[in-house]
Every structure is written in C-alpha cells, then in structure tokens.
Design a protein around this ligand. Structure first.
Ligand SMILES: Nc1nc2c(ncn2[C@@H]2O[C@H](COP(=O)(O)OP(=O)(O)OP(=O)(O)O)[C@@H](O)[C@H]2O)c(=O)[nH]1
Ligand SMILES: [Mg+2]
Length: 437
C-alpha cells in the first residue's frame, strides 16, 4: 500500500511538473509569435551596416546573373520582379516631401524595394572623363543610396581605362556591351549615294551634325535598338545618362519606383522645338504610319503636344531625350517597333538627319495615353545648352539645388513644357511667371 501510495505521489508530481513545463513553453512561444498586422517591427530589407553587399541592396530582389556572360545567356523574357511592396503614400524608403519619414537621411543605403532598372549610357572610349563627370553627379545626388546597375554601350569595344574608371565610380554593377554591327550600319535599302549627297548638302548649309555618318548611326541606334541590346533585355526600366550632364538637386526618392507607381512609361525634364532642316519629312512618315496602324494610336494621346492643327502638321515639339527615365517593355512593344520600322524603311535617318528625340517623343505622344508621360519638375538637370531648374523656391531649397532659377528653360518661349501642362490640365508650379523670358 505504502509503495503504491508513494508511486502515485511521484506520478502526480511528475505530471504536474510536465504540465507546468508545457504551459511555460506554450506561453513563451505565444509571446514571440508575431501577430500579423499587430505592429511588429519589420526589419528594413537592407541593413545599412552590411557593407559587404553594397551591390545588392535588396536581398529580396536577387541580382540578375551577369548579363552577356557566356555561361549565362541573356534572359529574353525577364521574370516579373516584385516591384513595389508598399502602397502609395510615404514610408521610410519613399520620402517624397520634407515631412516624410526618412527625408533627412541622404547617407544610408535606401531600405525600399528596388525596381528591375538600370542606367544606360552610349559612349565612346574618348568620352570617359565626360561620362565620369555625369556619373559622379548621378551617384552623389541619387545612386549612392540606391546602387542601381549601369549599362555602357559602344560601337567599338570599351578599353580598360573606360571600364576601370566607370566601375570605380558606379555604386551598382557595371556592364559593358558591344553594339552588333547590324544596329550601327546602313540598312541594305538605303541608297548610299543619295545619303552622301544629303550630307554634303547639309554641310554646306551648316546644319549641326549634318555631315556626320556616326551621328546618324547614333540617332538610329537610340531610336530603335538600345532597348533591344542583349544587356538591356534583363531590365524593365532605364534612365539614360549622357556625358557632361549635371544634376542640380538631391533625388530623395526612387524615380523608377515613382514611374511604376504612377503608371508612367516615359518621362522628361526639358522640351523644345526641333530644327526643321533635320526632319522635313518626319511628319509625313508619321502620318503614313498612323494610317497603316490605327490600332497603335492611343485614344487619349498627346497629339495636342505635337501638333497645333489636330495632326495635319508637326509643331516640332519634342522631349529632350538625353535625359529619359522610361519603360523598356514599352519600347519593345509591337506598337513601338512597328513605328520605328516604318520610319526606318522611309530612310530619314540617312536621307535627312532624324534625331532620336523627336522619334521617341512622337512615339510617346501618339502611342501612349497622355497620363503615361511624366514631367520631373524636381530633378534639376543640365545638358549643354539648356537648364531645367525646378520651379518654386521652397522646392529648390528642400532639394538643395545649386542651379540658378533664372536659367530655367521651362517657361521660356522656345520650350514646349507649357503645352504639356495645358494638354494635361495641370497647374503650373508656383512662381513660374517669374521665370518667363
Ligand atoms: N559609341 C558611340 N557613342 C556615340 C557616338 N556618337 C555619339 N555617341 C554618344 O551618343 C550620345 C549622344 O551624342 P552627343 O554627341 O552627346 O549628341 P548631342 O547630345 O546631340 O550633342 P552634344 O550637344 O554634342 O552633346 C552620347 O551619349 C554620346 O556619347 C559614336 O560614334 N559612338
Ligand atoms: Mg549630348
């Protein structure tokens, strides 16, 4: 009996100890299980103190394999990247106004998601120091906190100096591509003799770059091929940068992400009138395209930006394409490719001197909904000889701009930016009247 009683007592003690033990574990694990949506602290995707990964600031968005490397064939249809992981509105990675959290932090690697995006520059080896200047500005004002890649394209192989200098300056990964000869030569339907006569004639008439063959290849490449280069197939968004440009203001937010969130496809900071002599028949070709492909013309397009008589004549307004942030999938779309190929067949890249700026602009104006074109007032920019200095003193102070507002081209007589505002029913930024001619 005694033994039985003792055994029972021991069993009770053991069971009680076990029950307490189980209770302890359950209660502890409850304490540390995050309750969805209950305000737990989520670590930012990027820890600023992990300098070993500066080239991939967002581990949730894996870096692309080195494009173009022999072992890694280019991704023809890049998988859709997770683009935006927060709703509109401000968060710590998306400071758009001085009252946004994180506005004052211009040092840490930005914690937000990254877009599948790259800078892109077409350049010659001799452009190295001029592009170094541009990169330094882009890095200091924006990319040192975002570390986006940079693709360099050239019709000749890049030399070691070019690669060394640019790689040392870019905070993201750099890629160097050779342009295939088919993208930088006369198509077989072009009459070489006729093209030569045009160049000689333009030289006599002193038309800028009128006698240059390479300038024409450059304009045709930027119009129809850069976005199809194998290195570019890996990306969805691009920001074009030319040698010797300036950025005047801090860029606090990610312009690629702004484009995606606002459903934009093309953007600009400067617009102006093209020289008539370089594009006498561009609009005739455009009208032919519109007739042949009415299916590509957007219903709510920006014809009023391009024409003052509902499409009969081109007013020569265009977005200046040496600065562009845009969507590569739009440029690779059937609509855009049909447009480019139709123009290319007509031969005006060689029989005249069609620039990529009016070509991109007419495409954006006709193939996109007008709401898909963005004007970045807050990106201060200069490419000889024009300045875009943000309108509005408070904006310039908040963004620490170092441009003279008197130089702002936007509201001068030769700019087309007023038309963009009017066409889109936008209110011009405060203070614009003080910056007219
Ligand atoms: N690889 C290569 N790049 C070129 C060539 N010509 C021009 N580019 C690049 O194409 C872009 C446009 O050329 P630019 O010479 O700047 O033309 P632009 O802006 O109309 O004229 P500028 O007022 O002289 O700047 C720049 O990024 C140049 O570096 C060329 O023959 N080969
Ligand atoms: Mg230039």
């Amino acid at each position: 009996m005694m033994a039985t009683g003792n055994t029972r007592l021991v069993r009770y003690i053991a069971m009680t100890a076990f029950a307490l033990f189980v209770f302890y574990f359950v209660s502890r694990s409850n304490m540390y299980t995050p309750i969805p949506g209950a305000g737990q602290i989520v670590k930012p995707a990027v820890q600023p103190e992990t300098p070993s990964t500066p080239k991939n600031p967002n581990p949730q968005v894996p870096l692309q394999p080195a494009p173009g490397s022999p072992a890694e064939p280019p991704i023809k249809n890049p998988p859709k990247q997770p683009t935006v992981n927060t709703g509109k509105g401000d968060d710590i990675s998306f400071a758009r106004t001085p009252s946004s959290p994180g506005w004052d932090d211009l040092v840490s690697i930005n914690a937000g998601p990254r877009m599948n995006a790259t800078f892109v520059t077409l350049a010659r080896n001799t452009d190295v120091w001029d592009i170094a200047d541009s990169i330094r500005q882009v890095e200091d004002r924006f990319n040192r906190r975002f570390n986006y890649d940079w693709v360099f394209l050239n019709d000749q192989p890049f030399d070691e100096t070019f690669k060394k200098v640019t790689t040392s300056l870019v905070s993201g990964t750099t890629h160097y591509g050779l342009i295939p000869v088919e993208h930088w030569s006369f198509p077989d339907w072009i009459d070489q003799e006729k093209a030569k006569k045009v160049r000689e004639d333009m030289k006599e008439r002193k038309i800028i770059y009128g006698d240059s063959v390479s300038y024409r290849h450059m304009c045709r490449f930027e119009s129809g091929f850069f976005f199809r280069h194998e290195l570019m197939l890996n990306y969805e968004w691009y920001w074009r940068v030319e040698p010797s440009v300036k950025l005047f203001c801090d860029v606090h937010y990610d312009p690629f992400r702004v484009m995606a969130e606002e459903k934009k496809k093309y953007s600009f900071v400067l617009s102006l009138y093209e020289y008539h002599e370089t594009i006498p028949t561009l609009w005739e070709s455009t009208k032919k395209f519109m007739k042949n492909h009415p299916e590509h013309i957007a219903k709510d397009n920006s014809m009023a930006f391009l024409s003052d008589d509902k499409g009969e004549n081109y007013n020569r307004c265009h977005f200046w394409s040496n600065f562009e942030v845009g969507n590569l999938e739009w440029l690779r779309s059937k609509a855009y490719i049909d447009f480019f190929e139709s123009l290319d067949q007509d031969g005006g890249f060689f029989y005249e001197r069609w620039g990529d700026a009016p070509v991109h602009s007419i495409a954006a104006g006709l193939l996109l909904d007008k709401s898909e074109i963005k004007f970045f007032n807050d990106i201060g920019y200069w490419h000889v000889p024009f300045t875009h200095c943000p309108t509005g003193e408070q904006t310039r102070l908040d963004l620490r701009c170092h441009c003279n507002p008197k130089d702002n081209f936007d509201w001068k007589g030769y700019s087309c930016t007023s038309r963009y505002y009017e066409l889109n029913g936008l209110e011009k930024p405060l203070g614009w009247e003080n910056e007219k001619d």
